[in-house]
Design a protein around this ligand. Sequence first.
Ligand code: HEC
Ligand code: CU
Length: 448
Amino acid sequence: MSTVVITMVVIPGAVALLVFLLFTYLFEQSRKPYFRAWQLGWAAYVLHYAADAWNYYHTPSAIVFFISLLLMVVMALCIFVSTRLMREPFHIISYDVAIAGAGVALALWNVHLHMVDGVFQQNITLQTPFRLEAGLALVLLYCSGHYYLYAHRKNSLAFQLLAVALALWAVLMGLGQFRNPFVELLGDAQHFSLGPIPQMLLGIAMVMFAWGAKVFFDLYRPPAGAMEIFVVGKQWMWKAQHADGQREINELHVPIGRPVKLIMGSEDVIHSYYIPAFRVKADVIPGRYNSLWFTATKPGRYHLFCAEYCGTKHSGMIGWITAMEPADYQAWLAGGPATASPVAAGEKLFNDLACNTCHQSGPQGRAPVLAGLFGKQVELQGGATVVMDESYIRESIVNPQAKVVQGYQPIMPTFQGLVTEEQLLQLIAYVRSLGSQAVAPGAGQPGS
Ligand code: HEC
Ligand SMILES: [Cu+2]
C-alpha cells in the first residue's frame, strides 16, 4: 500500500469511523437528536473515504468520484440540520432542499473539472475557486456561527469547542484542503515529515474522549430499574420517603446489591447529599430536582453529610445510611407505621387541590390529561418543546405561566406556597405513575 493511499484515505477513513462510533455512542446514551444528525453525517464521511479508497485501488471512475462528493454534501447537510435539532424536532425546510440542490450541482461541476479531454483524471490540481469545497465551507461556517451563538446563550463550553472546530474545518475546506485537511496541511509526506501523526493524535484524543464520556454517563445516569427514593433537604435535616410510603429523617435504609436512585429537592437553600463511603455527592437545589445513584455492596452503617454550608446548624445536618440484606430491608419496610405511598398521597392531593377538575377528559376538561405524558415531548406555545420530567412538572405547578402548553389557555393558577416540597414530590410521583397508562384517543385534546 503506498504511503499516499495510507495518509490520504486509510488513516483519515479510520479516524472518521472512530468519530462515527463516538457519535453513535453519544446518541445511544443521550438520545439527543443532534447527536443522531452528527452520527449520520460521519457515517456519510466514512463512506466518502470508502469511495475514495475504491478509486485508488481501481481505475478511477467519474461515477465513484461523484458519489464520494455527494457523500460530502450529505455530511454538510446533516450538520446543517443539526443546528435546528436543539430546539425543534426534525422536519425538512426549504434551506435543506436548496443546499442539497446546490450541492449536487457543484458536485457535478467538480466532476466536470476533472474531465480532461473526456477522460476522468483523479489527480489534477484544480485552479478555479468555485468548487464544491467552497460551498460546503460556507455551510460549515454558517453552522459554526450558529453553534457559537448557541454556546454563548447557554454558556456551554462543549458547544463553543464544537463551533471552533467547525470553523477550523470550514477554513481548511475553503482553502482547498478539503479532501484531507490534516494530511495536506500538516502531514503530507512530500512536504513535511509528520506523516499520519495528526490523525493518530486525533484518534487517541477521540478514544480518551469516548472513555471520559462513558464514565460521565455511568456516573450520572442511573441504571434502568433502579429503586427510587425521594429525598428533601431542609435546614437542617434530610427527609426521605420510600416508594411504599415509609418515611425517615437523617437515616436512609437501602437494600444491598440493588441500584438506588435518590430524587432530591430542597425546601430552602442549597444543600449537598454526600455519602463518602459510596463516593457519591450531589447538590440539592431549591426549585429543581437533582438525582444521585449508587449500589450498596456491603451491609453496614455509613456516614451521611451535608456538604454545602447551609446555615448555623449545617454541621449537624448529618445522618446514617443503613445498607441491609434485601430480606432485612423488606422486614424493615414492613415494620414501620403504615403510611400512604407517595403515589397514593399524590393522587389524594390531586383530588384535594382540585387539579382533577381541569385535568380531565370529557367536556369539563380544560387542561391536558396527564396520563401517558411523562418522559414525552410536550409542545409549547411559540413552537418550543420540553420533555416532561420532574422539574417541568414542578415548574408547571408552582409557575404554570412559565411554559404554556400549545393549544391551551394559561388559566392554571399557581400553587406556590400551597404545597410543600414533599407534597410537590408526591404530586410528581403521581403524575409519573400515570406515565404508563394508555390515553383514550382524543381525551383532553384542545376543544374536546
Ligand atoms: C383552572 C384549571 C387548572 C387547575 C386547577 C390545574 N391545572 Fe394544571 N394546567 C391547566 C392548563 C390549562 C394547563 C395547560 C396550559 C399551561 O401549560 O399552563 C395545565 C398544565 C399543567 C401541567 C403541564 C401539562 C403538560 O401537558 O405539559 C401540569 C404537570 C399540571 N398542569 C399539573 C397540575 C396540578 C398538579 C394541579 C393541581 C395541583 C393542576 N395542574 C391544577 C389547568 C389547570
Ligand atoms: Cu445542608
